[in-house]
Design a protein around this ligand. Sequence first.
Ligand code: UFG
Length: 324
Amino acid sequence: MSILIVGGAGYIGSHVNKYLNREGYDTVVVDNLCKGHRESVRWGEFLQGDIGDIDFMNEVFSSRRIEAVMHFAAFAYVGESVIMPAEYYKNNVVKTMTLLDSMMNNGVNNFIFSSTCAAFGEAVEIPITEFHVQNPINPYGFTKLVVERLLKDYDRAYGLRSCIFRYFNASGADPETEIGEWHEPETHLIPIIFETATGKHQAVNIFGTDYPTTDGTCVRDYIHVYDLAEAHKLGMERLISTGISDHYNLGCGKGFSVREIIDIAGKVTGKAIKTSEVKRREGDPPVLIGSMQKAESLLKWKPQFSLEDSISTAWKWYLKKEKI
Ligand code: UFG
């Protein structure tokens, strides 16, 4: 039996793929390579194709024994989703529905879904628990919430079981530096800081300095990508053994402002990072910090990597990727 990882050539999916293989699982990766990189899939079987192509997906399922599907094949830029929502709804919702059809056509009913803390919107209470109201403020968060709701209905009506993970800010890289964060173009804060440290940009644009936070910049909860990978394994195993759908927030329970991240990254890289204060980016909530209590008690999961670990593994990977 294999685990099918769709979107396994992307940032989080490629780390989960490596992690599962190291833990003794057989994996099959499906990715259309519109964002992901073939070089990031170095473990398991690789098939290039689109989850929105029902014939292709039926063929993937009918010719293999797939026990569970992990779904990472989504567009995930908050800012971009505000500018091009149609692409986000088509890719993140419509194609996910086709993927679920192909699973059900082939009798596969264990689904692990990458959702996001962006599905909560502005935090009413910190840390954000699984009971927090979900009221997204950007199209990206909405696309994920739509699928979360749909999964509840599919569970009741069709017996499709799911494990939903709402990630806070994924960060860091494989400590063995074989894979890491690789977006084109890059928009995420930590790699943008590295690009600035190595002269690709004049300065890091700080999006908004008038937020209701201690230093006026947005606060996020940065979680190492391997901690996310471990949670996926534990969540999948629990889903398969209990047959009960559930959902978990995956964060560290600690927030860092944009300015704090720039300071720490400056120390890790040993470089002075220039900054420029610009207006807020649309769609950004001021503070997102996750509670990890539910995942800790039910999955026996606890983040192992610190923020410094995340930034230093990401820096090592960045230097390797850029051949510096
Ligand atoms: N930021 C800057 N300057 C930049 C880039 C980012 O100030 O050049 C700020 C953003 O405004 C935000 C914070 O840094 O406040 C983090 O931004 P990222 O772009 O690194 O990450 P996001 O929080 O926007 O999004 C990421 C994932 C989403 C996920 C979200 C959860 O890309 O998929 O984390 O918070 F939903």
